[in-house]
Design a protein around this ligand. Structure first.
Ligand SMILES: Cc1cc2nc3c(=O)[nH]c(=O)nc-3n(C[C@H](O)[C@H](O)[C@H](O)COP(=O)(O)O)c2cc1C
Length: 377
């Protein structure tokens, strides 16, 4: 029996196999509302036979969108639009579905990748972004506003409200997005968080807001809904967030009832230098799995089933990822646009182009991995 196709449990959610479809922003929503593109895209993926399907980073407030076309869950309208998509999927597929709740922070208010992905200033139809500190991602980005305690409380409440909507919608799993240089990652990293209050400086202080959001979210949904988190294990920049700090963060999350850790990397700084190669992030997931014992999702250029199965069998955590997931780039209008977007997003998200890939995980290893989209048509 292949490890890849053996069951695993995240919290109380049993997955039939260890193939997981990764979250993939589609930049195709309408004022946060899911559209028929999501119905086609997610509908197709839901027929893949994967053990779990993540929908894309979903903003908990309009200001938390990466682009104006990001998916959102902050109102009855955005909830109703997602409900429509989920109902059609549920009529045809039993796949467990996960939502990734996100706030883009200083990386918000940018164009869709196929439109260049540049920061959009408030005067040009964008909005004022917020962050731990008034430090822009790129030098020519609009300077974000540093969040005060009232702003932190507001955003924490936005995550809670979105989690309650996700619960009502029947999502099987909830993931907090604390990776890829978005708001919660911005608090973790000393490169983007230079606060001198109780949310900045020491590791303990920099972890404080992400942990407060995790606790509030965990408390807002029933115990049988697994709540996990995606992290970037390292910024790939000297003096930034790194694997040692990630282990400490993961151990703190484990103490607080985190159901799984999804281990990615990068996205915080344009200065990142990522040594790309097959499974280039697997070692981070392995380390965190060994140090916490939590189910751990690995991702990153795992492209061959044999490669994934070998990694699993060697008791190192990774997953197998089905290239069938790639059908997103083939289906629907604007295929070329989305193909180029997928390629550019890869660069955005992990700093490197990568092809379709696979991943796996083993209950023994309590690890899992993810499927990106992969434009390997
Ligand atoms: C089109 C596309 C959209 C993505 N959107 C998200 C997202 O919404 N949230 C997230 O955490 N990662 C996102 N990612 C990153 C993937 O989930 C994954 O971590 C990345 O593609 C690296 O894995 P790979 O080498 O297996 O592709 C996206 C990647 C791609 C290619």
């Amino acid at each position: 029996m292949s490890i890849l196709f053996s069951p695993i449990t995240l919290g109380r959610q049993v997955l039939d196999n260890r193939v997981v479809i990764a979250p993939m922003c589609q930049y195709s929503a309408d004022e946060g509302r899911a559209t028929d593109w999501h119905q086609i895209h997610l509908g197709h993926l839901a027929l893949s036979g994967a053990g779990l399907m993540f929908i894309e980073a979903t903003a908990v407030a309009p200001e938390g969108r990466i682009s104006p076309a990001d998916l959102g869950l902050w109102s009855d309208e955005t909830e109703a639009a997602l409900a429509h998509v989920l109902q059609s999927i549920r009529r045809h597929s039993p796949i467990p579905i996960a939502i990734q709740l996100a706030h883009a922070g200083r990386k918000a208010s940018t164009e869709a990748p196929w439109a260049g992905g540049q920061s959009i200033a408030p005067a040009s139809g964008g909005w004022q972004t917020v962050a731990p500190s008034a430090l822009p991602y790129a030098a020519d980005d609009t300077r974000p506003a540093a969040l005060d305690e009232a702003g932190l409380a507001r955003i924490c409440n936005d995550f809670v409200a979105a989690a309650q909507r996700a619960q009502r919608l029947g999502f099987n799993v909830i993931e907090l997005h604390a990776a890829h240089g978005y708001l919660l990652h911005q608090f973790l990293s000393p490169l983007s968080n230079t606060r001198d209050d109780r949310y900045g400086g020491t590791l303990e202080n920099r972890m404080r807001f992400p942990l407060e959001v995790f606790d509030a979210l965990r408390a807002a949904v029933p115990d049988d809904t697994p709540v996990g988190i995606r992290i970037s294990a390292t910024d790939w920049v000297d003096g930034g967030w790194d694997i040692e700090q990630s282990v400490a963060f993961a151990q703190e999350l484990q103490r607080r009832g985190c159901a799984f850790i999804d281990v990615s990397s990068g996205g915080l700084s344009p200065l990142q230098e990522i040594p790309v190669g097959p499974g280039y992030q697997v070692a981070f997931a392995d380390r965190i799995r060994r140090e916490t014992g939590l189910p751990t999702i690995a991702v990153g250029l795992i492209t061959e089933p044999e490669q994934a199965e070998t990694i699993l069998a060697s008791a190192r955590p990774t997953w197998w990822r089905s290239l069938a997931v790639c059908c997103t780039t083939r289906a629907g209008p604007g295929t070329q646009r989305r193909n180029s977007a997928t390629r550019s997003m890869r660069r955005n998200s992990t700093g490197v182009p990568s092809r379709g890939h696979t991943k796996t995980c083993s209950s023994r290893d309590k690890t899992a991995c993810r499927t990106g989209s992969g434009d390997s048509t």
